[in-house]
Design a protein around this ligand. Structure first.
Ligand code: SAM
Length: 344
């Protein structure tokens, strides 16, 4: 069985605070770099995936997450790649849910493309997952196939319905793509809000080689927001969760609309999160090449002492912020790793 105990952290078991006074309470873990889709802005079609032997086992992932929880992480998000394609991943979710029962963890959640959700929604709910994010950029089946290279929109919609039937709150995340879905944003929003789901729009970030220029994909959300404001009343909300999204309430639909604007707005000052890849590499900033290996200390000792020290060292070096740049001079990835490895 995975993770029957939660080993108290020695030394430095107290809350993680970085040099800029930000308390780290949110961990995002990519549990696999594999995905059953190949979204054009995320991966190249012939992506090379990591050798399986490099991946942390589910037991190691559990130990790693539990170490962070012992150090003050309150919110844990499983992501990928596509988290639901990792074999047996429900045993990890089930095992991590013990931290919800003890109250050590406030929220266990995941980000998914929804393609496998119909199968797992009820079990996720049973494990104490209350909310999930589903990535969906279009409601047009042909466009969906083109963006994802072969995805079946029907499966994702069925997954979303299953999640809602299971009582999960669903937030839709859509990457805004120039000339692809930018005109569809109002109808996507009306659809999501009509089902009581929030919609968050995301700007394309320059991460990883994808075989196409970013400049062709990028559309600033400031532009889309201005267009929406021509037809809807957008009321700023200040429910800031420490995350990058800025939210508005749309009067006409009553729903929530979020904007994640790494390119046009700097959201680093309130950053409370770090990311771990499926190989145990800790990234304390999405937009920097900073990386700390946690796999070696994890495997180097049965106790979590080395691991705790490695985490502390990394947090002490968390950068103040980042700047992504996409323009004609910088039409290359700012960060060489793909979102699917880092965990979006
Ligand atoms: N497979 C899951 C999913 O689709 O949600 C989780 C991983 S995916 C990498 C997480 C999110 O990152 C998705 O919403 C995806 O659209 C987004 N994403 C991937 N590459 C991106 C990029 N270069 N810029 C902005 N968002 C990106």
């Amino acid at each position: 069985m995975i993770g029957s105990t939660l080993t108290p952290m020695a030394p430095g078991g107290s809350a993680m605070t970085d040099p800029f006074g930000r308390t780290i309470s949110y961990l995002r873990v990519s549990i696999t770099d594999r995905c059953d889709l190949r979204c054009v802005y995320c991966m190249s079609e012939d992506m090379t995936f990591l050798p399986r032997a490099d991946l942390l086992t589910l037991e190691e992932l559990d130990r790693l997450c539990s170490a962070f929880i012992a150090k003050g992480v309150k919110k844990l998000r499983l992501t990928g790649g596509e988290p639901l394609v990792r074999r047996n991943m429900m045993s990890l979710v089930r095992s991590l849910s013990r931290h919800l029962h003890t109250g050590a963890l406030d929220e266990l959640t995941l980000t998914t493309n929804g393609s496998q959700l119909a199968r797992y929604a009820a079990e996720l709910a049973d494990c104490g997952v209350r909310r999930i994010n589903v990535s969906l950029d279009t409601l047009d089946p042909d466009k969906f196939r083109a963006i994802t290279r072969w995805g079946d929109l029907g499966k994702v919609l069925a997954g979303i319905d299953a999640a809602r039937d299971a009582g999960l709150a669903v937030k839709i995340n859509a990457v805004a793509l120039k000339d692809v879905n930018e005109d569809e944003i109002p109808s996507l929003m009306e659809w999501a809000h009509g089902k009581g789901m929030a919609l968050t729009l995301i700007e394309v970030m320059p991460m990883g080689e994808i075989g196409e220029g970013r400049i062709d994909q990028y559309v600033p959300l400031s532009l889309l927001r201005a267009r929406l404001a021509g037809h809807y009343t957008l009321i700023d909300l200040d429910d800031n969760t420490g995350g990058p999204a800025r939210y508005v309430r749309v009067s006409e639909t009553g729903g929530k609309l979020g904007f994640i604007t790494p390119m046009t707005h700097n959201f680093c000052e309130s950053c409370n999160r770090v990311r771990v890849t499926c190989t145990g590499t800790l990234h304390t900033c999405l937009g920097h090449e900073d990386a700390s290996d946690l796999r070696r200390p994890l495997r180097g000792s049965q106790s979590d002492e080395l691991l705790g020290e490695a985490i502390d060292r990394a947090i002490a070096l968390k950068p103040k912020g980042h700047d992504f740049i996409i323009d004609r001079q910088h039409n290359r990835p700012s960060v060489s790793r793909h979102m699917s490895v880092t965990g979006g």
